[in-house]
Design a protein around this ligand. Structure first.
Ligand SMILES: *Cc1c(COP(=O)(O)O)cnc(C)c1O
Length: 365
């Protein structure tokens, strides 16, 4: 056993199937006849690990363009991928101009002040037009001003972001589409981009020239609508039993004793807590998967552990070596989301740094 193997056993694990992420990319890219498909890998690839996810996509698909939130993530990505195109959503701060240039990273300019900062640069940039989310991007007024003034920017992409793409019936989608179409018509030679994951499924007219999926690459669902066919779960979180305890009737477990044994009970403590991203998942009725069975989480979540009730399980079959699935193919993201009342975005990006990450990537046959 190497030291790395020994350390791998010390914490719970996050197992990521990179082939599944690649397959999800192909599924998403396949939705559009003409648009290129980029990958959004901000927030450490939604918690799954940008250092493995981004190279896997770059080397095994046609994905050459990546989006991150800030310059720090972008520089980290640049060290992984020398030739990829990298855009930064959060825009341009004056102090960061040299970093963007030095690392060949493209800022997404969100207002006219940022345009002024990049005016002298020959390197490409993107422009974000706000068409209704009222978050980042040029306001309507600034958009008009920009379109009516000559500039020397080297603009490689224009983009906008949908506020309600996960609600296909919401009229905001159409309004935003029409606004971007209008802007795009006045800048006909510049590629345009509108769709995040859910936006891709609003229809071909939304696709423009580039898709920007994030959550669905990782198998997450933006909303409680059924996940589009072909999008697969890409990861599992597995813990181990730290200790098994026998309780008499009336004994309670964990902080504030919110769970009390109603009969002689056997419980097991598992090495995953809220510091690992196991947020609020139990107080009511969290579940884990152990030896082919769904088992209830009891009591409060601690920083480093949770407890499960194994009273009615066949004890001979339970060992300290057993792996407990907290999220995966049996305890699905849907189930975890329902119990925790957290969305898939929050569940994924909340995955703790302490988990030992394992990656599977099989070469194509
Ligand atoms: C995060 C983000 C995306 C990706 O969204 P998903 O819903 O995760 O697919 C795309 N565009 C912008 C501007 C974003 O901030």
């Amino acid at each position: 056993m190497t030291a790395a193997d020994i350390f791998a056993n010390a914490s719970a694990s996050l197992n990521v199937d990179l082939n599944r992420i690649i397959e999800n990319y192909e599924t998403l890219a396949g939705q559009s006849k003409n648009a290129n498909c980029a990958a959004v890998v901000k927030a450490n690839a939604y918690g799954l690990g940008m250092d493995n996810v981004a190279p896997a996509l770059y080397h095994n698909t046609n994905c050459t363009t990546f989006f991150v939130a800030n310059i720090i993530e972008a520089i980290e990505l640049r060290t992984l991928l020398k030739d990829a195109v990298i855009y930064v959503f959060n825009g341009l701060f004056e102090d960061h101009i040299d970093l963007f240039v030095e690392h060949d990273i493209r800022p997404i300019l969100n207002d006219l002040a940022q345009v002024a900062l990049w005016q002298e640069q020959l390197e490409p940039c993107a422009i974000h037009f706000d068409t209704g989310i009222n978050r980042l991007g040029f306001s309507e007024h600034e958009t008009e001003q920009f379109l009516n003034t000559r500039n020397d920017l080297n603009v490689s992409l224009i983009l906008s972001h949908l506020s309600s793409s996960d609600e296909p019936e919401n009229p905001a989608n159409k309004h935003q589409l029409q606004k971007l179409q209008k802007i795009s018509n006045t800048l006909p030679n510049i590629p345009a981009s509108l769709c995040n994951s859910a936006g891709i499924f609003l229809g071909e007219e939304y696709h423009f020239d580039m898709l920007r999926p994030g959550i669905m690459l990782y198998g997450g669902n933006p909303r409680t609508l059924p996940l589009p066919g072909g999008i697969k779960n890409t990861f599992e979180i597995k813990g181990k039993i730290l200790q098994i305890r026998e309780l008499k009737t009336g004994m309670s477990v964990g902080y504030n004793g919110i769970w009390t044994a109603q009969k002689p009970s056997r419980i097991a403590h598992i090495n995953v807590g809220y510091a690992d991203g196991y947020l609020k998942l139990n107080e009511i009725n969290g579940k884990v998967f152990l030896n082919g069975e769904i088992v209830s989480v009891i009591g409060k979540v601690s920083m480093d552990m949770i407890a499960i009730d194994i009273t009615d399980r066949i004890f001979d079959k339970i060992s300290l070596k057993d792996e407990i699935e907290l999220i995966g193919s049996n305890i699905t993201l849907e189930m975890a989301s329902e119990v925790s009342t957290l969305g898939h975005y929050q569940l994924l990006t909340g995955i703790g740094h302490r988990l030992h990450k394992n990656y599977k990537l099989e070469a194509k046959a």
